[in-house]
Design a protein around this ligand. Sequence first.
Ligand code: FES
Length: 114
Amino acid sequence: MMELPEELPQLYKRHVFACATQRPPMHPRGSCGHNGAGLLWERLGNRIEAEGLGATTGFTMSGCLGFCSAGPLLVIYPEGVWYAPKTEADIDQIVDRHLKSDELAEDLVIVLSR
Ligand code: FES
């Protein structure tokens, strides 16, 4: 069996996965889409482009990340930081602080447990 390598060449400095799951309004699990993810992720994509971060920051719409009632949710790797933004201003904070300045946008961090 081949062991996992210590380090592989990285395609991106960071990769953002943003839950784009949309369930019907009355669905018992809720969904990030129903909680307003669409506009927020559009803002995030636009900001990543506008700031010229696209070459170093992957941005992928994901399926359900498993904590639907807390959404909209995104997670940024390699740090493994989860954010629960509610407004476009929150998105701007995540871009300006985490993606551009390498610091935590601590007000928007959500700590989840299984
Ligand atoms: S629908 Fe987004 S975490 Fe489940």
